[in-house]
Design a protein around this ligand. Structure first.
Ligand SMILES: NC(=O)c1ccc[n+]([C@@H]2O[C@H](COP(=O)([O-])OP(=O)(O)OC[C@H]3O[C@@H](n4cnc5c(N)ncnc54)[C@H](O)[C@@H]3O)[C@@H](O)[C@H]2O)c1
Length: 461
């Protein structure tokens, strides 16, 4: 009571694109009586109506976000249904704060502070027993639902954060292993069964490296692969986890800004082929993502700049200047945003497309430049965001000020040819992600080819 279940539940449901059900409101709707009226007849009458409503909602095929009444867990049938059908987040709220919120309301069980505190103490162990995770705010709920733990010092807790108690093997790129290898191994403790190194950078995302890992792994199916590194490491290790023994659990521990706000989240894994980037892969959601923003302290500035391009993209999609936040808050907010979009559309069939904002242009420029040159992905995304904002008729200042994009030195015809070959192109007309306004993405926008070409040309020196 007073934890904020209804307010936060509504917002989380909107972020996940799911219906929201407030159990108390549902009981009132079904019985045609208010909660105080039902309690006036007797608490058992209310609990029976509550049980019936809860079991119906929890048994639905379509997923919903359900705010349980504070006392719903007292009913064993509801507890069992919750355990069987729901991912449950308990809202962590101080008893004094909860009382301040409900004091003077018409809630039947919140008329007396002593009684309220006793109820809180009585119910707390039940909440703890039933909860899969705890959270205090909207971002916390979204992160918990996606299996993401964000916190300074999280690397040290790795042994506890890797679910289960089976063996774990580490995959790290050689540079990251040199800095954090010992700490990660110590954190895994007796569960650790060794470390496999992969080359730093895009070189890791090859069939050769994947094959080496498949052959070196000794894990059984209940073992867990733990990938510690940038997006290249998590991409290849996640893909190996998706395919080894037909799929084993994996934990993603992103150590770059790109990884912590983007690549380490959402379950897309993959490797490159000589024919192109990310051509082979799988959707394989990590059983946990462990984000320790303190690991960014050793990241070279150039890599931070790569990540900032994705941060600005996320802020534009979220409609909030996330790039202005202190580093740790920025990571948490961006991770929660990406998690929500991916939970809404895990297989990239609709809303997740918004994450391609600016990327159609970026990929075209990178392809024309030949990957691995001076036009890094982050620089290309900065330019792509510029084009997307221009075509959306929006202010481009933020991209100019935060990312300072430099025009690309590439061949215009090659870039255009690459853009019209992009995966999102149907019938030669590029489909773009644009913004109606910050926070309001439009997916699959078709514009006249001449306008798109002009926008692309404006990015080229
Ligand atoms: N799966 C997805 O959803 C997704 C999303 C975005 C990008 N990606 C992929 O991510 C890759 C790029 O990831 P990236 O930018 O993290 O590059 P990366 O993995 O190559 O890491 C960049 C460099 O930083 C070093 N490094 C990593 N963490 C460090 C730390 N804490 N301190 C010091 N050095 C550190 C690495 O050794 C490497 O040299 C691309 O292949 C891209 O396709 C995937």
């Amino acid at each position: 009571m007073g934890a904020g279940k209804t307010t936060l539940g509504e917002r989380v449901a909107a972020r996940l694109g799911r219906p929201f059900v407030d159990l108390d409101a549902e009981v009132e709707r079904r019985t045609g009586r208010t909660i105080p009226e039902l309690f006036a007849v007797g608490e058992q009458v209310f609990r029976a109506a509550e049980q019936e409503a809860a079991l119906e909602v929890l048994g639905r095929r379509e997923p919903v976000v359900l705010a349980l009444g504070g006392g719903a867990v007292l009913t064993p049938e509801i507890r069992r249904a919750v355990e069987a059908h729901a991912f449950t987040v308990v809202l962590d709220v101080d008893v004094a704060e909860a009382w301040r919120r409900v004091e003077g309301s018409d809630r039947p069980l919140a008329r007396d502070r002593g009684r309220f505190e006793a109820l809180y103490a009585e119910r707390e162990p039940l909440y703890e027993a039933i909860a899969d995770a705890a959270a205090r705010d909207e971002e916390g709920i979204l992160l918990a639902a996606a299996g993401i733990h964000v916190g300074v010092g999280a690397l040290e807790l790795l042994g506890m954060l890797v679910p289960g108690d089976g063996d774990a093997e580490l995959v790290m790129d050689a540079r990251v292993a040199g800095i954090y290898g010992m700490e990660a191994q110590l954190a895994l403790g007796a569960r650790g069964r060794g470390t496999h190194e992969v080359p730093p950078g895009e070189e890791a995302k090859s069939v050769g490296v994947a094959e080496r890992l498949w052959r070196a792994l000794r894990l059984e199916r209940r073992g867990t692969l733990v990938a510690v590194g940038g997006g290249c490491t998590t991409d290849v290790a996640g893909f190996v986890a998706a395919t080894y023994l037909r799929g084993i659990p994996w934990v993603s521990v992103p150590t770059t800004l790109v990884g912590q706000v983007d690549a380490g989240i959402g379950g897309k894994t993959g490797i490159d082929l000589p024919e192109g980037k990310n051509l082979v892969g799988a959707f394989h959601w990590p059983v946990r993502t462990v984000i320790d923003p303190a690991l960014l302290a050793t990241l070279p500035e150039a890599q931070v700049a790569e990540g900032m391009a994705e941060v600005v993209k996320t802020g534009l999609l979220a409609g909030s200047p996330l790039w202005e936040l202190p580093r740790h808050d920025l990571v948490r907010a961006c991770a929660a945003f990406k998690a929500a979009v991916c939970l809404q559309d895990p297989h990239d069939r609709g809303p997740r497309n918004q994450l391609n904002l600016g990327h159609t242009f970026a990929h075209a420029l990178e392809a024309a430049a030949g990957y691995g040159g001076e036009l890094t992905h982050g620089r290309a995304v900065a330019l792509g965001l510029l084009a997307a904002l221009r075509l959306s008729g929006l202010d481009t200042r933020v991209v100019e000020e935060v990312l300072r994009p430099q025009k690309a030195r590439v061949d215009r015809d090659r870039a255009w040819a690459a853009l019209t070959r992009d995966k999102k192109v149907e019938g030669g007309v590029p489909k773009l992600v644009l913004l109606e306004a910050p926070g309001r993405p439009r997916i699959g926008v078709e514009l006249p080819a001449a306008d798109v070409r002009a926008a692309l040309d404006s990015l080229i020196a």
